[in-house]
Design a protein around this ligand. Structure first.
Ligand SMILES: *Cc1c(COP(=O)(O)O)cnc(C)c1O
Length: 417
């Protein structure tokens, strides 16, 4: 793998992480280009054309990451106009973009139509009417897929389960036919696909297969009514091991899905993997500021906070935390690894065995997905720098934010206010 020890030193490919931290400072996200390529190819190898893969941009949207994927022929799944602009800036093509999300604004729809995106994944009847109106104004025809909620339990964290009836996402299976009929009557819409996305960090193929059966049944019904559905997009959600979880058998799932789809005649399959492409390709490097022993607990206070990597605070997510330079023979006390942000929820790990002292570097593993993209400036903390390594070289792909930029655009009241 891409993050391994050489002696007692943690490396990213052939770069010593301690050297990167010295050069670029901490907190620092370090990504491995080789790992991104490897993950992508694991999907692509089992997914022959005409089936399509659209990387879910929100997992990690740095333009260098998007560019690596664009060069591999990736399509992109976006959830905002901003993400479309990023994809284009990174060398992606609009026609390879699918636009998901429950709250698309008129402006975002107009922008996406002007750029000529591949498909809208529509999440409500009201959105369908809005896209019709904007497409009519532009005198174009909008390619449409309906995101249908298959009502399967993905057995994941409640915040990232999206395929249940109780979730805000998608159109209920029971309403789908009616919304399709309506769409088929609207002159500026081309109703060509169905999609679903049942959640994230799913570690069993069963929920995906259950969802696909329901989607196949829907496609058969729609075709029987004369609505020619030509693609099925099964979304993303492929889980990765963060702790000791058994790996999801992605290739097995991809093969079963294609087998089943053969019975459907002319049907292109699409997927929107995010986490599974970038999750294990990045680490967050942070420096120990203080060791604070206590009667109840010992704390390692580090220079990264929940504003840099939110997943532990938001989902109680587990991330391995390792020493960048291992000390031989040192005691490994039980510690909580916590940040400087003024919230008790500001932590990276509880009850870890770690030998570290002031100035030591730690790496929070598997931080490539939903890491930097969820970062904020809470507590007026500049967002971290990002580096991508490729073999023995490293490129700064995002500079650390300068402090003054954090209040740029803010204004004092006038003299007599
Ligand atoms: C977030 C999201 C994805 C990607 O999910 P992962 O769990 O990162 O694979 C795909 N499709 C949609 C619609 C999403 O919202």
């Amino acid at each position: 793998m891409s993050f391994t020890y050489q002696g007692n030193q943690l490396f990213a490919e052939d770069c010593a992480i301690a050297d990167l931290a010295k050069q670029y400072g901490t907190p620092l996200f370090v990504y491995s280009k080789a790992a991104i390529i490897e993950n992508w190819q694991q999907f692509a190898a089992h997914w022959p054309a005409p089936h399509k893969l659209c990387y879910a941009v929100k997992a990690n949207s740095n333009i260098a990451v998007l560019n690596v994927l664009a060069r591999l022929g990736a399509g992109f799944d976006i959830v905002s106009g901003g993400e479309l602009a990023r994809v284009l800036a990174a060398g992606g093509k609009a026609k390879d973009v699918v636009f998901s999300g429950v709250g698309k604004s008129r402006e975002e729809i107009a922008y996406a139509l002007e750029q000529g995106i591949g498909c809208f994944n529509v999440e409500s009847a009201a959105e369908l009417e809005r896209i019709q109106a904007v497409a009519a104004e532009q005198g174009c025809v909008a390619p449409i897929s309906l995101r249908v909620n298959p009502d399967v339990d993905a057995q994941t964290h409640p915040y990232i389960a999206t395929g249940l009836k109780a979730n805000k996402f998608g159109i209920a299976m029971s309403d789908a036919r009616e919304v399709f009929r309506r769409g088929a009557q609207l002159p500026n819409l081309d109703m060509r696909g169905v999609d679903c996305h049942i959640g994230s960090q799913i570690l069993s193929a069963q929920p995906f297969m259950d969802a696909s059966e329901r989607m196949f049944a829907l496609i058969r019904d729609l075709r029987a009514e004369g609505i020619q559905i030509t693609h099925l997009d099964m979304g993303g959600g492929f889980g990765i091991p963060y702790q000791h979880e058994a790996k999801l058998d992605v290739s097995g799932y991809l093969q079963s899905l294609q087998e089943r789809a053969k019975e459907m005649g002319d049907l292109t399959l699409m997927l929107e993997p995010g986490r599974s492409i970038v999750g294990n390709t990045g680490v967050m490097v942070t420096k120990v500021e203080y060791y604070k022993p206590g009667s109840e607990k010992n704390f390692l206070l580090v220079d990264a906070g929940m504003n840099d990597l939110l997943r532990p605070s938001l989902y109680n997510a587990y991330h391995d935390i390792v020493a960048v330079q291992r000390h031989e023979g040192l005691d490994e006390p039980l510690v909580d690894v916590v940040g400087p942000v003024c919230e008790t929820g500001d932590f990276f790990g509880h009850a870890r065995h770690l030998a570290a002292e002031e100035g030591d570097l730690l790496a929070v593993m598997n931080a490539g997905a939903y890491g930097f993209t969820m970062a904020s400036n809470y507590n007026t903390r500049p967002r971290a720098a990002e580096v991508m390594v490729h073999g023995a070289s490293a490129t700064l792909i995002r500079e650390r934010e300068p402090l003054e930029s954090l209040w740029q655009g803010e204004h004092l009241l006038g003299e007599d206010a």
